[in-house]
Write a protein of this length. Structure first.
Length: 92
């Protein structure tokens, strides 16, 4: 739901038309390539899978979209949160 709001905040009325897995920010691996895994036919299902399988990356992608829209940078607290998130993902 948050990604949907962010997509429509950046481009009002776009619905799910601009959705890509992790918004294409993390490239891809093996058979998972953003933009080619069914986002056009069923973006809600892809977003659900992204949120369940890659929650940290999903949040980071949404944050990156908003920060990019407004030209925002990272402060020290953002860097600490990202490091913490990365460590937790490694432990998972």
């Amino acid at each position: 739901k948050l990604r949907y709001k962010a997509l429509n905040h950046i481009e009002p009325g776009s619905g799910w038309s601009n959705y890509k897995c992790c918004q294409g920010m993390f490239g891809g691996c093996c058979c998972i390539q953003p933009g080619n895994i069914g986002e056009d036919s069923c973006p809600q299902c892809c977003m659900c899978a992204e949120g369940c399988c890659f929650p940290g990356m999903a949040v980071s992608a949404t944050q990156g979209m908003i920060m990019g829209q407004y030209g925002l940078g990272l402060d020290e607290d953002d860097v600490r949160l990202i490091r913490c998130n990365n460590c937790l993902q490694c432990l998972a």
